[in-house]
Design a protein around this ligand. Structure first.
Ligand SMILES: [Mn+2]
Length: 428
């Protein structure tokens, strides 16, 4: 072996509303970096989506920065490209700030040639002589046009026979998993040939494949996961990253390093053709019968409740209570998914009014009656007119259209405005 590197992608620091899941995600990153240090890697590649959003929670950034500083002090560089999540068209991304601070190096440097082609430059890793070039992602695969106009000839030459790495964050059409079959990726023919290693990201599934004339394409998948679907996959196939060893003839040896920080239990319950009362009782019994969780590793419970209730509404089922029952049994985090739980009963408020505002006000007045009891319990004194005014201002905030921001940044902006209208702090 002449050198060794680690290949990460799709870490999504800051993902998850649940504080325990968010913490586990950050811990996965910290522990993975510790393992890289323990294995004496020469450099680390992060092929996009290091962060969940372009401007993540500062507490999460702080943790990541501390870890990256350790690497910097040890002289282990991190090379990155933007992912679809940590890129922002309107704001400076945290990746740019960390780049300015010298904690990581973005290996994308593009010029436009006289003929309108995109010419990428190589970066050379000082210690190993490995040459790196990369292409960042944009939202919704907009980078496709960049690939179509890529000056490949310039990237394909390799006079000095150095080890060459291409970093990218896109779906490769030739390696598209089933769950992405509807989305457009980049065809192999748009990639430059003659690289030793194509370090991919974006696809949250571990895959590796050799292509003649090109080289080895590798997607490590997500490290810990960023949502329910990822965690559900982790229950059968753990997330992680790759250690890659390169010998003097540029031959590659690879080892996948799984991150087994927690155990994941995936449960399903079909509430179809049952009343909400029966479903709630059966769910309670189901949880009652379960054995307590061991405290060796954090246990995450993923609970999918689905089907069409024959009577009652999904909101009749007290998921908060069910979650508490599981937490009492020692579960560390509980994630209920009831997106596909529906009810045959439809509740409608019948309102007639002169115009939109009139109708809105009447709906608010009527709906406020439903919340009065809750408001009394929580000691919130709000008169009917105050309640209507607050509802109207919330509605106007929630109606604000996205003016070109990313979905996540837009959500944050809306949430902040909504919380300030409600005069409460954001809890997570
Ligand atoms: Mn991702």
């Amino acid at each position: 072996m002449i050198f060794k590197f680690a290949h990460f992608a799709d870490i999504h620091l800051g993902a998850f509303r649940d504080p325990i899941l968010r913490e586990l995600n950050v811990q996965a990153f910290e522990k993975a970096i510790d393992r890289c240090v323990g294995c004496c890697v020469d450099f680390i590649i992060i092929a996009g989506d290091l962060f969940e959003i372009a401007l993540p929670y500062m507490a999460v950034v702080d943790r990541a920065v501390r870890k990256m500083k350790e690497l910097k002090d040890l002289g282990i560089p991190i090379y990155v490209v933007y992912g679809s999540h940590d890129y922002s068209a309107t704001e400076i991304s945290i990746i740019d700030i960390l780049g300015s601070a010298g904690l990581l190096k973005k290996v994308v440097s593009a010029d436009v040639t006289d003929t309108g082609k995109i010419r990428l430059s190589f970066f050379t890793d000082k210690k190993t002589g490995a040459r790196l070039a990369g292409m960042s992602a944009r939202k919704r695969g907009v980078e496709r046009t960049y690939y179509e106009n890529l000056d490949c000839a310039h990237l394909e030459e390799n006079e000095n026979n150095n080890f060459k790495l291409f970093l990218f964050h896109s779906t490769l059409n030739e390696m598209k998993p089933e769950f992405l079959s509807m989305s457009d990726g980049i065809p192999l023919s748009n990639f430059p040939k003659n690289f030793n290693y194509y370090a991919g990201g974006h696809v949250h599934k571990r895959m590796e494949r050799d292509f003649p004339e090109y080289g080895k394409f590798v997607f490590p998948g997500h490290l810990f996961g960023r949502d329910y679907r990822d965690l559900e996959n982790v229950s059968t196939e753990p997330g992680g990253f790759y250690f890659v060893e390169v010998d003097s003839s540029s031959k590659i040896g690879m080892r996948f390093e799984p991150m087994d920080l927690c155990s994941i239990l995936s449960l399903h319950y079909n509430a179809g053709e049952k009343t909400s009362y029966v479903a709630a009782e059966e769910l309670k019994k189901m949880i009652d019968r379960m054995e307590a969780f061991s405290d060796k590793k954090p246990s995450i419970v993923l609970f999918k409740v689905y089907g069409e209730l024959s009577g009652g509404k999904p909101s009749d089922i007290n998921f908060g209570e069910l979650k508490n029952m599981l937490l009492k049994k020692g579960a560390s985090a509980v994630y209920f998914n009831h997106n596909s739980l529906s009810s045959r009963e439809l509740e409608q408020l019948k309102i007639k009014g002169a115009d939109r505002r009139d109708i809105e006000e009447k709906i608010f007045e009527e709906s406020l009656g439903l919340f009065e009891k809750k408001a009394q319990l929580k000691n919130v004194a709000l008169s009917k007119s105050e309640g209507c005014a607050l509802s109207a201002s919330l509605l106007s905030i929630l109606k604000a259209e996205n003016t070109g921001e990313s979905k996540s940044d837009y959500e944050i902006k809306i949430k902040r405005s909504a919380f300030s209208a409600l005069v409460i702090g954001e809890s997570q």
